[in-house]
Structures are given as C-alpha cells and as structure tokens.
Design a protein around this ligand. Structure first.
Ligand SMILES: *[C@@H]1O[C@H](CO)[C@@H](O)[C@H](O)[C@H]1NC(C)=O
Ligand SMILES: *[C@@H]1O[C@H](CO)[C@@H](O)[C@H](O)[C@H]1NC(C)=O
Length: 605
C-alpha cells in the first residue's frame, strides 16, 4: 500500500457488500438488511451474502420494500439489491464490505482471511462486531491488507443512525474522513474513535451506566422504576449531557466528589482526578465559571452586534435536492460566519429562545407527505432535539415561540392546521383545523405570530400562488371553553384579498402586525403592516386602519424578523437575499445576496 491512501477507484459505481449471519436466524438477517438499506438509500448497489436461501429472498424483499423510505433522508435515487450464497460472489466488485457474521472470533478471523483473498485489493473491509476489535481478527490477514480494515459499528438502525468508526491499529488515516463523508451521504451519523478501544465510544458510556445502575439495585438503594424516572427527568427532559454538565458543575467539584468514591471503593485516581488535576485544574480551567473554559473551550461572547440565523431551504443548490437545507449564521452586517446545520429537509420556520439559548426550526419535508418535523438545538449547533418527529405533521412552515408559556406555535401548510406544543414537543394541540373534503391553497396556513399581551395569535392563509386571495386571521390564545379546533367560534378573518401573505410578526408594544407578501407586483413581494387596537384587531375608521406597504421589490419574499430593540427589521427572500431596514421600512439594505441560496426563516440573536 502506498503511503498516500487513495479512495477505492470509481467507488460511486461499485456495490457495498454486507456479509450476513445465516445460521443465527431471522433477526440478524433483518439487521443486515438495515445496513443494506442504509447504503442502498445513498444510491449504492448493495449485495448481501447469506448462506440461507430463504434469508436471501427475505433480505432482498426487505430492502426493496424499505429503501425508498430510507432514501427520503438522503435525497438520492436508491441503488439495487442482490443476494449471493458465496462471499466471493458478493464482494467481487465491492468498494466496501461490512462483515456481520456471528460473534465468534474464529469465524471472524476466517472471514477476514477470505476477504483478503477474494475482495478487490482497494476494497475497505469493515467489521460490525461490537464485542471484538478488528485487531483481534487480523491473525490470518497479510500485512498489506491491514491498513484497509477497520471497525464500523452500527447501533440500532433505523431508530438510531449512529455509526462508530475505529482503527484496527493499522488502519490508514485517510479512510476515516472518507468513510465519515460517505456515511453522512447515507444519512447516518458517523463518530470516529481516536484510538482502539474495547466498546468503542458509546458502548463504554453505556457500560458505565449499566454497571452503576446494577450496583445500585444490588445494594437495594433504589428500584428500576425510580432509576429510570430520575434518568428521564435529568437527561431526557432536562437534556443534560455529561461533559457540559461537568463544566456546569465545575471540574474542581467533580474532582472532589470523585475522590470520595476513589477512597471508599479503592479505585485508581489516574484517569479521573489525576487527569483533571493535570490537564484542567492546574491550568485554572474549572468549567463555565472560568474564563479559560473547562472540558469545553470558553464560550465566545459576540462583541460586534447581533447575529442573524437564516434558513436556506436548499432548492437553489446544485443539484437541487429536498435534503440540502442549511442553517447559517451571519453577522448583522451580512458577513457569513458559519454553517450550523446541513442536510435539512426543506427548513422553513426559525425562532430563538434567548433564555435557554436554543433555536427551534421546522423542516417541511416533502409537501403533501406527513414527514414534516420540528427540531431544537443550542445556538452553536450542538444538542439537536426532535420536538416533533416526522410522521405526525405535514408541511410545517413559520414557527414562533411564546417565551413565557414556553410554547411553540407553528402552521402546517398542506396539513391546513395551526399547532401548539411545549418546547419539548409535549401536548401537541391542534388550534386551528381547516381540514375538509377539498382543501385548497385557500385553506393553507403559513405564517404565525403570537401576541401574549393581546391574548391573540395570528396566522396567514396565503391562497393560490399570486392569487390575490390571501387572508390573515386571528383567534384567542385560550381556546374558548368546551370548544376545539373544529368548533371554535373565536376565529376572525381580519384582512382579506391580499396578494399572497406569508410570514407574520407582531410588535406588541406598538400593536403593529407586520407581514411579508409573496404575491404579484406592484403590491406583492412587499413588507406590510397594520395598526391593531387594544383587542388585537385592526383599527377601524382612521387613516392607520389600512395596511401600509413599507417596502417593495423583494424577490419571492418569505422570512421576517423584528429587532425592535435596535429598530430594525430583517427580511429574506427565495432569491437568495437578506435585507435589513428600519421599522418603518426605510433605509432598506441588502446585507447579503447569493443566487445559489434560497432563504426562508430568519432569527436575530
Ligand atoms: C446498479 O446496478 C444497476 C443494474 O445492475 C446498474 O444499471 C447501475 O448502474 C448500478 N448503479 C450503481 C450506482 O452502481
Ligand atoms: C451491528 O451491531 C449492532 C449492535 O451490536 C446490531 O444491532 C446490528 O444489527 C449489527 N448489524 C449487522 C449488519 O449485523
């Protein structure tokens, strides 16, 4: 093998082979098919090898049946699946072989010996073993083959799409970034163990948790129900993560507490207290309370003004796809800072909760399908959390937050509904439902705003594209007693005949309702507002009772965010522009523009 590793030649047009279990029966055969599906969904042809004829048939059937649903996450045309009885046939042209034969070390050793002979000599050879390291499987493998062998361990697809990559001690460096990229194309989440380690990364964490949970039970200190309930409060509801939590607690405190256990249990301090002392405490790195940080580097405060987060729906990328949406960060002057998230399925609505420092966004998915979703994450792009998983809502659009009640509000366009739920996705309520036999664009709900002090929420129903049939509605935050989405009597249409209203924002202090309009010029592709009365309805009878056009000439206007503190409005359009103007629409500036982007939701930090 030459010192500079080259990816397998022409790998895009070569299959991925999964070597199956045969004797161990159906469950494992199905597991192979998950792995097969993962790779087929990324557009690779997949071969599976299984000694059992029945399982070969079942495997192919499973992949053919399921690959399309996997491929929704990759945006690729799926590859084909074929099954073989012999290893040599299955791997003949493969660029990647994933071994998942039964967990018997002699069988693994023989499998790698055979692969070294029959697989192409640039083929990457991976083991999905969770109990053995690949270094234990190299006995009969020639030295020249060892650099292209590694562990590639899937957890439990399709529920958990994590895959861990780990060296066999000889694995050539270049394989890791290459396979990580390919894994991302297959919509899996790759993590690379920096060294060989029994149990990889995640299984070690899990091992520690199991060990202590069992010890607590063995000592009769608690019971399973209560252990699980405490865990759920802390780590699921509270969404704590171990390293951040240690930084929060303070590494000095962590070391102090750990030294108690060390004494009581006669443990070694080498990899806990001594490690912390030498690498962190001695350098004044105590966690969040230190300017030098802790396990994490210190949090950077932004000094030069607000930050703008923007969603790129992904439809102007080359090639366009339903899964190349991104969340981007810019300075308030439109200087690009960084990509926070990629591979989003048509993101549309975005809002930020300053208290918890988290952002919330909607992914529309494929309009008309029940695959829309809502997510949240830290403002630095870490700790993504699924608020509403795909499968419950259709095409979620603008999203807004009630920061006091800690509620997320969002519209569902093709679903013809307005929803509300907790920040964690709990209590999903349908507030408005326009579902009837022939829903059309006039029933589509798009923009949403909540005015807590006025007790109202507002939404747009945009009507047909550029159709001049757009409307804005309002209803009470408190659903009238005994009524529901279908029967509520407090819904009011406050504006009608608009070109095509899209996103909404409300300034509760000045009682002004703002909206973008994507309709036909001269009145569409504009920013508009109207004065509200003390009940949150448009004023009647005065000059300010009519909507006011604040600015025009947007290129398919969508996103809208008020920054009343600094007297600014931010706007986006599908033409790839971000604008900033004053609250009255004057001094409009295009602060960023890129033809290869198509912006939707926007938020200001
Ligand atoms: C997959 O196999 C089909 C049929 O054998 C072939 O036409 C196609 O080019 C292959 N695709 C890839 C990506 O290898
Ligand atoms: C890989 O290992 C995991 C866990 O050990 C298992 O759930 C999965 O089914 C295995 N995959 C294959 C293809 O055997």
């Amino acid at each position: 093998m030459s010192p500079v590793w080259q990816p397998p030649k022409n790998y895009r047009n070569r299959p991925v082979a999964v070597l199956g279990a045969g004797v161990l029966g159906r469950r494992i055969a199905t597991d192979n098919c998950f792995t097969g599906c993962i790779w087929a969904s990324a557009g690779y042809n997949v071969t599976i090898r299984d000694p059992s004829a029945q399982q070969r048939l079942d495997g192919i059937a499973y992949i053919n049946e399921n690959v399309k649903s996997y491929a929704q996450n990759t945006g690729q045309a799926p590859g084909t699946a074929a099954a073989f009885e012999n290893v040599a046939d299955a791997v003949a042209d493969a660029w990647l072989v994933i071994e998942a034969v039964p967990e018997k070390i002699t069988l693994k050793i023989d499998t790698f010996a055979e692969l070294a002979v029959v697989a192409p000599d640039d083929c990457i050879l991976a083991s999905n073993s969770s109990s053995y390291k690949t270094s234990e499987m190299l006995e009969k493998v020639p030295a020249i083959t060892k650099p292209r062998i590694l562990n590639m361990h899937y957890y439990m697809p399709p529920q958990c799409m994590i895959v861990e990559l780990m060296t066999d001690g000889f694995t050539t460096e270049g394989i890791f970034p290459f396979l990580a990229e390919r894994s991302k194309e297959a919509a899996t989440l790759p993590y690379i163990a920096r060294k060989e380690s029994t149990g990889f990364i995640f299984n070690r964490l899990w091992a520690a948790v199991k060990r202590e949970a069992l010890t607590i039970l063995a000592e009769e200190v608690s019971v399973p129900e209560e252990i699980d309930s405490m865990w759920a409060e802390m780590f699921i509801k509270g969404r704590a993560t171990p390293c951040k939590m240690m930084d929060g607690v303070g590494l000095d405190t962590v070391a102090f507490i750990e030294s108690h256990y060390i004494k009581e249990r006669g443990l070694s301090s080498a990899k806990t207290v001594d490690f912390l002392q030498k690498n962190y405490l001695d350098h004044g790195k105590l966690g969040l309370k230190s300017s030098d940080g802790g396990l994490y580097p210190p949090v950077q405060e932004h000094s030069n003004g607000p930050r703008v987060l923007v969603l790129d729906i992904g439809l102007s990328t080359a090639p366009p796809s339903m899964n190349s949406g991104e969340i981007l960060e810019y300075t308030a002057d439109g200087k690009f800072e960084r990509v926070l998230f990629q591979s989003q399925a048509m993101p549309d609505g975005l809002a930020v909760d300053p208290a918890s420092k988290r952002m919330f966004w909607t992914n529309m998915g494929i309009p008309g399908k029940n695959d829309g979703a809502v997510y949240s994450a830290n403002l630095d792009g870490t700790d993504i959390y699924t608020v509403i998983a795909p499968g419950r809502i259709n095409t979620p659009k603008q999203l807004t937050l009630d920061l006091v009640a800690k509620k997320v509000y969002f519209c569902d366009r093709e679903g013809c509904r307005v929803y509300r739920c907790g920040f964690d996705g709990s209590n999903l309520e349908t507030l408005i439902s326009n579902c009837k036999a022939n829903e059309g664009a006039e029933d589509w709900c798009v923009g949403i705003a909540v005015a807590r002090n006025l007790g109202k929420f507002y939404w747009t129903q945009k009507g047909p594209s550029k159709g001049g049939k757009g409307r804005i509605f309002c209803a009470n935050i408190k659903t009238p007693l005994g009524q529901d989405a279908a029967s509520r009597t407090d819904v009011q249409c406050i504006l009608g005949g608009l070109p095509e209203p899209i996103d909404l924002e409300v300034d509760e202090v000045s009682k002004l309702l703002y909206w973008t309009d994507r309709g036909e010029i001269p009145f569409g592709n504009s920013l508009n507002r109207i004065q509200l009365d003390e009940y949150g309805r448009p004023l009647t009878g005065s000059a300010s009772a009519k909507p006011e056009i604040l600015t025009r000439h947007l290129k398919e206007a969508i996103g809208l965010k008020l920054d009343t503190e600094r007297g600014h409005i931010y706007l986006t359009d599908l033409g790839g522009n971000i604008y900033r103007c004053d609250l009255d629409g004057r001094r409009k500036e295009k602060i960023f523009s890129d033809d290869c982007r198509a912006f939707t939701g926007i938020a200001v930090l």
